[in-house]
Design a protein around this ligand. Structure first.
Ligand SMILES: Nc1ncnc2c1ncn2[C@@H]1O[C@H](COP(=O)(O)OP(=O)(O)OP(=O)(O)O)[C@@H](O)[C@H]1O
Ligand SMILES: Cc1cn([C@H]2C[C@H](O)[C@@H](COP(=O)(O)O)O2)c(=O)[nH]c1=O
Length: 201
């Protein structure tokens, strides 16, 4: 079973992902961008480059995703493991969808749909996606505005894209209010996860 954690920068995904490791010691915990491959290294270089071409950046993230799938996710799912990923393809749909929306050099009719279509032939849709919902201003403040993505105005359009994704596939998403205390957020995530894991047995 594949479970993903999604949300804006600073929404608390990594805090939750780390806490879940105690509760699910046998699960495969993983993340995107990956932090153990040269594909992930290339993505982190692009994140630091304010002038990166948005389409080139999309394909770097997508290359990292393809490697992540074949090297980590597919083998774990074949073993029957529970896989919990801190960010996954919805991050690309929401973030690169937003970046390409304002990219003057690339005139795509619907950038979010374009990014979804690129993934369609090879990617795996998560069984459950937990969306930590937070307003863009709080997200940018918590994230510390350390890279080009962590700005409230940009995060507002990323949030709109997450709403579109939830609307397209409401049964896959569980929305958790990320303004709650970390303990309450963790409780809500754990409830959703426990329920999905029991239902899959
Ligand atoms: N529920 C919460 N309430 C208040 N602060 C929180 C909460 N959850 C996490 N934080 C704090 O917000 C900051 C960002 O948290 P975290 O790194 O878990 O977010 P993230 O979604 O993984 O961010 P990013 O996508 O930028 O890596 C950290 O300082 C963390 O301690
Ligand atoms: C997977 C993925 C991530 N991003 C962005 C979101 C963040 O600002 C950075 C790094 O992620 P982290 O969780 O803060 O380490 O990358 C993106 O734009 N597109 C993606 O597919």
């Amino acid at each position: 079973m594949l479970v993903t954690l999604e949300g804006l920068d600073g929404s608390g995904k990594t805090t939750v992902w780390e806490a879940l490791q105690e509760r699910y010691p046998d699960a495969e915990f993983t993340r995107e961008p990956t932090n153990d491959s040269w594909y992930g290294d290339a993505v982190y270089r692009s994140i630091e480059d304010d002038d990166a071409d948005p389409l080139a950046e999309l394909f770097l993230y997508t290359a990292d995703h393809a490697d992540h799938l074949s090297r980590v996710i597919e083998p774990a799912l074949e073993r029957g493991d529970l896989v919990i990923s801190d960010r996954y393809s919805d991050s690309r749909f929401a973030y690169q969808g937003a970046t390409l929306e304002t990219a003057e050099e690339h005139d795509l009719a619907d950038p979010l749909e374009y990014v979804v279509d690129i993934h369609e032939p090879f990617s795996i849709t998560p069984d459950l996606t937990i969306y930590l919902d937070l307003d863009p201003e709080t997200a940018a403040t918590r994230a510390g505005t350390t890279n080009k993505f962590e700005r409230a105005e940009y995060l507002a359009s990323v949030r709109d894209n997450y709403e579109r994704l939830i609307e397209r596939d409401p049964d896959r998403f569980v929305r958790v209010d990320a303004m709650q205390s970390p303990a309450d957020v963790l409780d809500a995530v754990t409830d959703a996860l426990d329920e999905a894991v029991s239902a899959s047995r």
